[in-house]
Write a protein that binds this ligand. Structure first.
Ligand code: GN1
Ligand code: MG
Length: 357
């Protein structure tokens, strides 16, 4: 399989070492390293049961790439490489879609956030991306996933699946389902923000986990990667997903929930990093929604895992029975701990704004 795919990019598979790469739940990724020359690439298969129209991804990235190279030629943007036919995506005869990226030399990816500065650096890079694209017309982009971060739609899907789920799964998930209803106000707030059009649509990354930032060897941020979900959206998605994935030393896979914590200084790192690029661009309403963004994204992820568990694990791959339920319970635990720290987080946001940035 690799022979044909790599040949579309004018590479001979036997001249390359091919290794699985990264920990994403949706797409499959390989690092391709030249055994004779030192060329390095990233090959990725796009999950077409998730992304129904992968060519939209390529179109969006091309438009953004054109805009950035015209207006900010010095900005490092890792765009896919063209095939010999000039396409940015190839469909192999297994029906799957693949694309190839340059591998950025000496770059490092992290799977966990270990220091406050790493949180700052990552937040800064995601903010820089949205900020540089502030003049780009959002409506030029196609939605690569419909309703992706629409919490109201996610909540409706959760309520629907409850009606059809197996009795055993419903019984196993009883406490998690109660948690979902207990925090329903988070979904209602989202509904209000949307229906009153309180905040602007922006170009948003939508998947701000730390592994989607390239760092240099000193752990300074270089750029954002994994651009499949770049589409019109709200800044809350990016800021909130950073809260979800950077604050706790234990991630969504952790089964020992006593290890889940929210680290206040990492919260400060995210706020300062994000505002270091977006401060002048954010509206007052967006600022007021900083802390809410974390609740929104943690709650949405909990609901998504729970919905998938009740739906027999069709979306997120599960490697042990009950995996998605554990992930959902993990996220509800994180949500409770986040809410317990909410007042303090509000103070941090206010003081950061009044200070230096
Ligand atoms: C998926 O595949 P990955 O890890 O980049 C998901 C995100 C979730 C995340 C949870 C397209 O991202 O929305 O937050 O898993 N991406 C899609 O780990 O559904
Ligand atoms: Mg992703």
């Amino acid at each position: 399989m690799f022979n044909d795919i790599l040949r579309s990019f004018n590479l001979e598979a036997e001249e390359y070492r091919i290794e699985k790469f990264g920990e994403g739940l949706i797409n499959r990724t390989w690092k391709i390293t030249g055994v004779i020359n030192n060329n390095e690439f990233i090959l990725q298969q796009i999950n077409k049961s998730v992304f129904k129209a992968p060519q939209y991804i390529a179109q969006n990235i091309n438009k953004i790439n054109n805009y950035l190279s015209e207006h900010y030629p010095g900005y490092l943007f890792v765009a896919p490489l063209p095939t010999v036919n000039g396409d940015y995506i190839v469909q192999y005869n297994d029906g799957e879609y693949y694309r190839l990226f340059p591998y950025i030399k000496s770059s490092v990816t992290l799977n966990t956030v270990q220091t406050r500065d790493e949180a700052f650096e990552a937040a800064r890079q995601f903010a820089k991306f949205t900020n540089l694209l502030a003049g780009f017309k959002v409506s030029e982009l196609t939605y690569t996933l419909a309703g992706f971060h629409d919490l109201s739609a996610r909540f409706e899907a959760f309520k629907r699946v409850i009606k059809d789920a197996h009795t055993e799964r419903l019984a196993e998930a009883k406490t998690a389902i109660e948690s979902a209803y207990k925090h329903q106000a988070i979904a209602e707030m989202h509904q209000a923000i949307m229906s009153e059009q309180m905040i602007p649509l922006r170009v948003v990354h939508h998947d701000t986990k730390i592994s989607n930032i390239l760092f240099n060897e000193d752990h300074k941020g270089l750029c954002v990667i994994d651009l499949d979900t770049v589409m019109p959206g709200y800044y809350m998605s990016d800021v909130g997903d950073m809260m979800r994935t950077y604050l706790s030393p234990a991630n969504e896979e952790e089964q020992d929930f006593s290890k889940i914590e929210v680290r206040e200084d990492f919260f400060t790192g995210i706020v300062e990093g994000y505002l270091s690029e977006m401060n002048t661009n954010l509206t007052n309403t967006e600022r007021r929604l900083f802390v809410y963004s974390g609740k929104l994204m943690i709650y949405m992820q909990a609901i998504r895992f729970l919905t998938d568990y009740l739906n027999n694990d069709v979306y997120y791959s599960a490697s042990y029975p009950g995996h998605n339920l554990v992930r959902a319970q993990n996220q509800f635990t994180l949500l409770d701990k986040y809410i317990a720290a909410e007042d303090r987080f509000m103070e941090i946001v206010l003081s950061t704004q009044n200070q230096r940035i």
